[in-house]
Design a protein around this ligand. Structure first.
Ligand SMILES: [Zn+2]
Length: 301
């Protein structure tokens, strides 16, 4: 039953999108397919002639009314709103901080904040209010989601209803509830998969680091779309951190080399690491190299 509802929702949204783009073409297509349907019903009976059919004017009139209805909805902004969201595929941005006891208060207080896409698109946007005091320890993820499953959809609704479209804050329980919701059965499963993996990893990486690390690695491997780009740099930082904590020095060093290969220093871009981040990674690399040197003679002895 749910699947039938979901598939009709997909059909409905696709239809709206197409109608906005090519509504006149749709109208003529509908008339011709209406005619084709009538021809199918009447077949090649010799007595059939469209002008004699009582159904044809009614069918055309019905299609015109339907088209007009969509036009009115578009003018009211209802269809356009859905269309914008469908095109970007993101209805909310969620900020989640990696669970580090040494992370600063400024960043910690931004954990669980949900922002509308219009806010994130602003030039001066920052998920944190203030200046981070410990950049080496604060790793935050800005995850864009469509969120079609009930738990996420309720958050999107709350965000839309919030006063002046202000960001809203989710408690840790609400965050967990959303991530544990049936997202895989929703129409946005494919779109949101990587975002959810990152959130699952972030929320559980101190209690269950191995599972989290697999999810972070999966993210680095499969992040190909623009919406995933902001997740890559913090994923590298968190993964290096977890590997270091687990004394997996060589793996951490390899990951840093991969990071350096992926982002050549000096190349700037909206999702490239900042100079500060490059510098931080260099410090981490030199610490790890020192550790590797001390481990190697001990292992050889
Ligand atoms: Zn901070």
């Amino acid at each position: 039953m749910t699947e039938i509802r979901l598939s009709s929702l997909v059909l409905f949204r696709t239809q709206l999108f197409l109608e906005l783009l090519i509504s006149p073409a749709i109208l003529s297509f509908r008339i011709s397919s209406g005619l084709a349907a009538l021809r199918k019903v009447y077949g090649n009976r010799p007595q059939y002639h469209p002008s004699r059919s009582p159904f044809l004017p009614g069918a055309i009139f019905g299609l015109l009314v339907l088209w007009q209805y969509y036009q009115i909805q578009t003018m009211k902004g209802r269809i356009l709103a859905i269309d914008i969201f469908d095109r970007s595929g993101i209805r909310m941005y969620l900020y989640a901080m990696a669970d580090d006891l040494q992370a600063c208060e400024v960043c910690r207080s931004a954990h669980g904040m949900v922002f509308p896409p219009s806010e994130v698109m602003k030039r001066q946007f920052s998920p944190i209010k203030g200046i981070c005091k410990t950049p080496a320890r604060c790793i935050g993820f800005l995850v864009g989601l469509y969120g079609a499953w009930p738990e996420a959809d309720r958050i999107v609704t709350r965000l839309r209803l919030s006063h002046k479209r202000e960001p809203i804050r989710l408690s840790q329980d609400e965050l967990g509830e959303m991530v544990l919701g049936p997202w895989e059965r929703s129409i946005s499963a494919n779109t949101d998969r990587l975002g959810i993996y990152v959130l699952e990893a972030v929320l559980g990486d101190r209690s269950n680091p191995s599972i989290a690390m697999d999810k972070y690695l999966h993210t680095l491997e499969h992040a190909k779309q623009i919406r995933h780009m902001p997740l890559i740099v913090p994923t590298y930082f968190r993964l290096v951190e977890l590997l270091t904590t687990q004394e997996r020095t060589i793996e951490a060093l390899r990951l840093i080399e991969q990071f350096e290969k992926r982002y050549t220093e000096g190349k700037s871009g909206p999702y490239a690491p900042t100079e500060k981040q490059f510098a931080l990674m260099k410090i981490k690399k030199s610490h790890l190299k020192n550790t590797a040197r001390t481990i190697a003679p001990a292992a050889a002895a």
